[in-house]
Design a protein around this ligand. Structure first.
Ligand code: UFG
Length: 331
């Protein structure tokens, strides 16, 4: 049984490949390396450099490899960029997935697990957020991910493809080996930005708004370790292999931390004062996003291991400290 990981050189994709290989799975990785890094691909995975929008390329891999299930991370994922370049997101996320599904149908591949996001909900009606809550994205990124979910639904009905959509909350942390971790360029994610201060790459963190209706006025997020996300993908593949029906699951720890609390915890872990300054709010940031992941726990049997913020930050710090520039090929 071979599992194909699309986007397996990216942050969450590479961690999932490490967990799959650790569990003895045979893994093929496709990545166009536009935002991913070749060094992040596990040496035991068979790597093909190419783009999912290239049908001939996909056909050539599907002819060469006997793929049983697909895990799909190959998408653009920056909220801010998606508002400035919406067509890039429609092209990469939606057109890419359309071509992928065409190829899967043609080659008789009928199981797919894919990355969705808390951004499909938009401004939540209640906390914690359930999978059945209203989905009204406030940015193009979330909109394209929601459209991808719907594409899977309708294509699934017509062609018998079953899917699991995993709606992540705030992914963070790094692999326990210290070999792979978060490396975005430009970096926009809170924890990586915070850790650039003790790493000597920036003088201070900007806190985007301290006038939200939260306990200290800064935004609340549900931070979930990347290895726990990786584990959920493997459970989702197993769920489909056992013949279960298509489904959607939230993935978070179910606990909210404010921006100020994350900074304070990073000060404790790194021993650095990490100066912070208040900046204007960032457009499109909801005040509070916290997941209910009861469904993933009950149905997939998912049990996140990193439930402690200090442990999450320590794992990220181990990676950033030893790789201040990210991967060698970081542009
Ligand atoms: N923040 C700061 N300063 C920074 C960076 C971030 O104060 O320098 C704040 C943000 O305003 C936000 C929180 O830290 O309140 C977390 O921000 P991130 O950019 O790390 O993450 P987001 O919550 O914006 O984004 C995450 C995922 C997206 C997903 C989104 C759902 O990264 O993929 O949640 O809203 F779409």
């Amino acid at each position: 049984m071979t599992i194909l990981v699309l986007g397996g050189a990216g942050y969450i994709g590479s961690h999932t490949v490490y967990e799959l290989i650790d569990k003895g799975e045979d893994v093929v990785v496709i990545d166009n390396l536009l935002t991913g890094y070749k060094e992040a691909v596990h040496p035991k995975a068979r790597f093909y450099k190419g783009d999912i929008r290239d049908r001939e390329f996909l056909d050539s891999v599907f002819e060469k490899e006997k793929i049983d299930s697909v895990i799909h991370f190959a998408a653009s994922s920056l909220v801010g960029e998606s508002m400035e370049k919406p067509l890039k997101y429609y092209d990469n996320n939606l057109c890419g997935t359309k071509i992928l599904l065409d190829a899967m149908v043609a080659h008789g591949i009928d199981k797919i697990v894919f990355s969705s996001t808390a951004a499909t909900y938009g401004e939540p009606e209640r906390i914690p957020i359930l999978e059945t809550d209203k989905t009204e994205p406030t940015n193009t990124y979330g909109e394209t991910k929601l459209s991808m979910e719907k594409m899977f639904k309708w294509v699934g009905k017509a062609h018998g493809i079953r899917y699991v959509s995993l709606r992540y909350f705030n992914a963070c942390g790094a692999h326990k080996s210290g070999e792979i971790g978060e490396a975005h360029n430009p970096e926009t994610h809170l924890l990586s930005i915070i850790l650039q201060v003790p790493n000597g790459q920036r003088d201070a963190v900007s806190i985007y708004g301290d006038d939200y209706d939260t306990k200290d006025g800064t935004c609340v997020r549900d931070y979930i370790h990347v290895t726990d996300l990786a584990t959920a993908h493997i459970l989702a593949v197993r769920y489909l292999e056992f013949g279960n029906e298509s489904n959607i699951f939230n993935l978070g720890n179910g606990v909210g931390f404010t921006v100020k609390e994350v900074i304070e915890c990073a000060r404790k872990v790194t021993g650095h004062p990490i100066p912070a300054k208040i900046s204007p709010r960032r457009a499109g940031d909801p005040a509070r996003l916290i997941a209910s992941s009861e469904k993933a726990k009950n149905i997939l049997g998912w049990r996140p291991e990193y439930t402690d913020m200090e442990a999450i930050i320590s794992s990220a710090w181990k990676w950033h400290k030893s790789h201040p520039q990210g991967f060698k090929t970081c542009k």
